[in-house]
Each structure stands twice: as C-alpha cells, then as structure tokens.
Design a protein around this ligand. Structure first.
Ligand SMILES: Nc1nc2c([nH]c(=O)n2[C@@H]2O[C@H](COP(=O)(O)OP(=O)(O)OP(=O)(O)O)[C@@H](O)[C@H]2O)c(=O)[nH]1
Ligand SMILES: [Mg+2]
Length: 147
C-alpha cells in the first residue's frame, strides 16, 4: 500500500525554495570519515557535518566541492576523485535542502580548519556520538552500511 511509506521530511506544499548543497565524505586509509563542526554564528552552530556548502548559480556540484574543500579545509581535490554516493532531501523551516554526498579517498594537502572550525576523523561506527543536522541521518545510515 502506498500509504505505508514512511513519512519523509518533505513539506510538499509549503512553497519552500530548494537549496542545492554539495557535501563530501573524505575517507582516510583507515576508513575514517572527516566531519567538521559548524562554527559559531552559522545556522545549526555546534552540530557536526560533512564539509561542503551551497552550490552557486551556474556552478557544478563537483566544482563547488573543489572550491569548498580549498576554502574550508585547505586541501586540493579533483572531480575525478569524487564518487557520487547518495543524497539528502529534507525540508527545513525556511528551505528545502537537496544535498548530494560524494565520497573521496584521494586529496592533496593536510586538512586544516580554515574557518576556525573543529574537525575530527571518525570511525563510521562512532559517528553516532556526534550530533549532526537531521538531514544527515539517512546518509550516515547508508555510509554505515557501505563502509
Ligand atoms: N556542508 C553541509 N551542510 C549541511 C549538512 N547537513 C545539512 O543539513 N546542511 C545544511 O546545508 C546548508 C548549507 O551549508 P553551509 O552552511 O555549509 O553552506 P556554505 O558553506 O556555503 O556556507 P555559507 O552560506 O555561510 O557561505 C546549511 O543550512 C546546513 O545546515 C552537511 O552535512 N554538510
Ligand atoms: Mg560549508
């Protein structure tokens, strides 16, 4: 029955604008994933997230990630090393988030929190100890199954 489908966090008739945000799960040689803490002053400050950010007008998601990885983490990645993995589709109060998550195992440089944000390399089974935005819950579950 179609009515048996679980309730998604999608406000179909709310007239929300869709915001495209590209996110990246950097995975190190030990299989740990990088998460960063949202800095003070930003929405959802203190929560942990996958690095990334809003895709600008006319920009590809991959290009946004190359840009954001440099801006936020001071590392260089290439589109060739980005593997599309899954996406989140989640209505917040003011906008609907559409967020593709890419996996990446190769990059150049040492991760540094360029915006003063804390970051951690976390074993996938320990990710639950870090509060993340609600949109990320299904992604974390999929990562846990995959890695
Ligand atoms: N980067 C990132 N954003 C996420 C995640 N989960 C999630 O709900 N978001 C939401 O996506 C939105 C945009 O992300 P962002 O704040 O990183 O965008 P940005 O880097 O372009 O920042 P800016 O707008 O301050 O320039 C925020 O509302 C953020 O809360 C996640 O795992 N990673
Ligand atoms: Mg960001």
């Amino acid at each position: 029955m179609i009515d048996d489908c679980p309730e998604p966090n999608v406000k179909i008739d709310a007239g929300l604008p869709t915001v495209l945000v590209a996110a990246i799960a950097l995975i190190d040689v030990d299989g740990r994933v990088l998460i960063a803490q949202r800095p003070e002053g930003k929405a959802m400050a203190g929560l942990w997230e996958f690095p990334g950010g809003k895709v600008e007008e006319g920009e590809l998601p991959e290009a946004a990630l190359i840009r954001e990885c440099k801006e936020e983490l001071d590392i260089d990645i290439t589109a060739a090393c980005l593997a599309p993995f899954a996406f989140a589709s989640h209505s917040y109060e003011k906008f609907h988030l559409l967020m593709p998550l890419y996996l990446c195992r190769k990059w150049e440089g040492l991760v540094r929190g360029m915006e003063g944000q804390a970051f951690r390399w976390v074993k996938i089974r320990d990710l639950g100890e870090y509060p993340m935005p609600p949109a990320d819950d299904p992604l974390v579950a999929m990562l846990r199954d995959f890695l």
